[in-house]
Design a protein around this ligand. Structure first.
Ligand code: SF4
Length: 249
């Protein structure tokens, strides 16, 4: 019987879930065998805990002398306490290596000092400037020296993500794997419930997409998946609802 949490109530595997899961494992296995250094970007959201769980399973299954994958988190300094609690728990219990990247403190402090604590809500430029300092620049450090990375992007999440592919080689320098590309939200939560995977408590407060505390709110029934991200911005345009980590130039 599904648990009476928001996650339990929304866990609902699609008819082709078994096939999707098998495809995801195939993509991950191929990625692990093709790259000597590959890293998973984790926001500690539902998709990301699924991928980490699958990587931990594959680490045990493949028995490689050296497992090529680790996990990284961008601690922007603005994360929810629920996210930080899950990060601490993950670091303490995971069989994988976790790397945590923070913004250059001088830049973050200077931005708040000159622009204000909630400058990101004043204009798109200021929001992007904040995301650049707290996410985009640290992402560059996180990916340095790696030939591939994995994300939890799904086509269903937004119009901007509708054309995401499981394997993206657009950037010749680094391959991007999106192994859950065709999973539904119900599939993701089904996997979590079935496998008893620890997840972010925000999901039970109706936060489907996990981001920074000042820029993320719960969504209401019928709202888009990413409606709670930068909700004051217009959703039109390629960069809307994206922080710059996944936007192609
Ligand atoms: S999501 Fe908000 S707080 Fe986080 S880096 Fe972007 S603008 Fe800054």
């Amino acid at each position: 019987m599904a648990s009476l949490t928001a996650v339990g109530l929304q866990a609902n595997a699609s008819k082709s879930f078994a096939e999707k899961l098998a495809n995801t494992k195939t993509v991950l296995k191929e990625a692990l065998l093709a790259h000597s250094r590959i890293t998973q970007a984790s926001s500690l959201g539902a998709e990301d805990v699924v991928i980490t769980h699958l990587l931990e399973s594959l680490k045990a299954e493949l028995g490689l002398a050296r497992f090529p994958a680790d996990v990284f988190v961008l601690n922007t300094g603005k994360l929810h306490v629920e996210t930080l609690a899950l990060l601490a728990n993950s670091q303490a219990t995971s069989t994988l290596t976790w790397r945590v990247f923070e913004p250059v403190q001088e830049q973050a402090i200077q931005f708040v000092k000159t622009r204000g604590e909630l400058a990101m809500r004043e204009s798109l430029d200021l929001r992007k400037a904040c995301c650049h300092i707290r996410k985009v620049e640290p992402l560059g450090r996180a990916l340095d020296g790696y030939s591939a990375w994995m994300t939890g992007m799904r086509a269903e999440q937004s119009a901007a993500r509708a054309n995401v592919h499981a394997v993206d080689t657009t950037d010749a320098k680094i391959t991007k794997y999106n192994p859950l590309v065709d999973w539904t939200w119900g599939d993701v939560l089904h996997y979590i419930v079935e496998n008893n995977v620890p997840y972010n408590a925000l999901h039970d407060k109706f936060y489907p997409s996990i981001g920074c505390e000042p820029c993320t709110r719960a969504v209401s029934l019928g709202e888009d998946f990413r409606a709670g991200r930068w909700w004051w911005e217009n959703a039109d345009g390629v960069s809307a609802k994206e922080c710059g980590l996944h936007v192609k130039a």
